[in-house]
Design a protein around this ligand. Structure first.
Ligand code: GLN
Length: 472
């Protein structure tokens, strides 16, 4: 369907140029045609078509919300009342949500249409979307490759034109990395910008909810809608609002930093070259671009995996088969029922994280691992504070490689964890990061660039992305 963003679609519907119902039918047919990609766990076809009729009328009468008729898919870790919530795990295979996440409610209040729930790595743990009880998701550009993870289904739903936009979650890169692998925009907002109420907790001090879209206008519009203080998430804040439409500031020349630690060994040559060519364009357009240093970078991955597994081991203690979710039937004692339900209900990556987390929190190891990692997290944040006293924005590659082959890293967790090498820092520091697609490699696989800003400085990221777009 031909429109360049959600706002334009609303005006086309208003002027009878397109029918919202036909538009929803189109997306449903795309979902069906590319079923083999396995992007969706659940599709709400009848509801979506019904909503299309209601919202079309609202648009015609001029009484509609900012996202009227926007067709949006949501990651299956977000709670949507009376709909399944599985987290792509066997342990929640029969669970129906009893309330709606604040972010989803805000979409609905602005007349978005929720088309379904997308596949992801189990409990959002993974970088390839291969750890799912619903099976792996395939990359639409090359089906022998992964789409990235953990929000792989949400990225594919947008990249393969099955919806206008989607929501994912990002704890260590799960929005930005799949956005990079699929060639679309994906934003991890600042920690605190979007309420986490209704997001199934993985690592609560890292978890964020954010949008995927094909253009930065839609990213900014959706963030504008879902952000804000919510009494049901004590870490959410009413920060400076999101400019939407994005204020076009062509005269504004941001100072851009590129951290030398993000361009060293292990970075794919073509990705490096592509980022350099963007830096050249920036220089030609009179931006000041300078090398900076984030000396704590080498500790990102270790710090991230100690702290997030610790938080996960605590957050996932609630799945015991007693009150909801999967319960093992062949146990004779309560203790056995807990053990069997968890052993049969969780997949191997989730079990690995629970064991790692329990270990780093155990008495005797707590000081050596958990407490130490907390201190390092502070130092990582201070690196960024220092950097942002010299520059407005930081650009880096989003990923060290392009989308890898299915199965390539499944037996090597360390290799898998290293695909988050450039993304975990933003979650450790609480700052926002956007993946911008900047072209393809020789084999046609997408390459992404990450733009980072100070906490709550998303507006600068959007303005920059907009300028970059104009500069071509
Ligand atoms: N891939 C990272 C992990 O496995 C990030 C996951 C995420 O952001 N949810 O932890």
């Amino acid at each position: 369907m031909k429109y360049s963003n959600i706002t334009e679609k609303i005006s086309l519907v208003k002027n009878n140029k397109i029918s919202l119902k036909e538009n929803v039918k189109y997306f449903l047919s795309r979902i069906d045609e590319r079923k083999n990609l396995n992007a969706f766990n659940f599709v709400f076809a009848d509801e979506a078509l019904h909503q299309a009729e209601i919202i079309e009328k609202k648009i015609k009468s001029g009484e509609h919300g900012k996202l009227a008729g926007a067709v949006i898919a949501i990651k299956d870790v977000l709670s949507y009342k009376d709909h399944p919530l599985t987290c792509s795990s066997k342990i929640l295979s029969n669970f129906i949500a009893v309330y709606t996440a604040t972010a989803i409610q805000k979409l609905i209040d602005e007349d978005a249409i929720i088309i379904g729930k997308t596949n992801c790595d189990e409990f959002a743990m993974g970088s390839s979307n291969e750890n799912s009880a619903f099976g792996a998701v395939l990359n639409p550009i090359d089906e022998s490759r992964v789409p990235g993870g953990s929000s792989g289904g949400s990225a594919v739903a947008v990249a393969a034109d099955m919806c206008d936009a989607s929501l994912g979650t990002d704890t260590g890169g799960s929005i930005r990395q799949p956005a990079a692998f699929c060639g679309i925009f994906g934003l991890k907002p600042s920690y605190g910008r979007v309420s986490r109420f209704g997001l199934t907790a993985f690592a609560s001090s890292f978890d964020t909810i954010g949008p995927f879209a094909k253009n930065v206008d839609d990213i900014a519009l959706i963030l504008n809608v879902i952000s804000g203080r919510d009494d049901r998430d004590s870490t959410s804040v009413d920060s400076e609002s999101i400019d939407y439409p994005i204020i076009k500031r062509q005269d504004k020349k941001f100072i851009i930093g590129f951290p030398k630690e993000y361009f060293g060994d292990g970075l794919d040559k073509e990705i490096k070259e592509k980022i350099w060519s963007v830096i050249e364009v920036l220089k030609q357009n009179d931006f000041e671009v300078k090398e900076i240093s984030l000396p704590m970078t080498e500790y990102n991955i270790a710090t991230y995996y100690i702290l997030t597994t610790a938080e996960a081991s605590s957050n996932l203690a609630r799945y015991d088969g007693a009150r909801y979710g999967y319960r093992s039937r062949n146990s004779s004692t309560l203790e056995e029922m807990y053990v069997n339900s968890r052993s049969e209900g969780f997949g191997s990556e989730v079990k690995r994280r629970i064991m790692l987390g329990t270990y780093v929190l155990s008495s005797g190891y707590y000081d050596a691992y958990y407490r130490k990692a907390q201190k390092v997290r502070r130092l990582i944040k201070e690196d960024f504070d220092k950097a942002f006293s010299q520059v407005d924005l930081i650009i880096t590659p989003t990923t060290p490689s392009v989308a890898f082959k299915l199965g390539e890293k499944s037996n090597d967790p360390l290799q898998m964890y290293l695909s988050d090498i450039y993304t975990t820092s933003a979650n450790l520091a609480g700052i926002p990061g956007l993946n911008i697609p900047i072209g393809n490699n020789q084999n046609g696989l997408p390459i992404g660039m990450q733009v980072l800003a100070k906490q709550f400085d998303e507006n600068k990221i959007f303005q920059f992305a907009d300028i970059l777009n104009l500069a071509g």
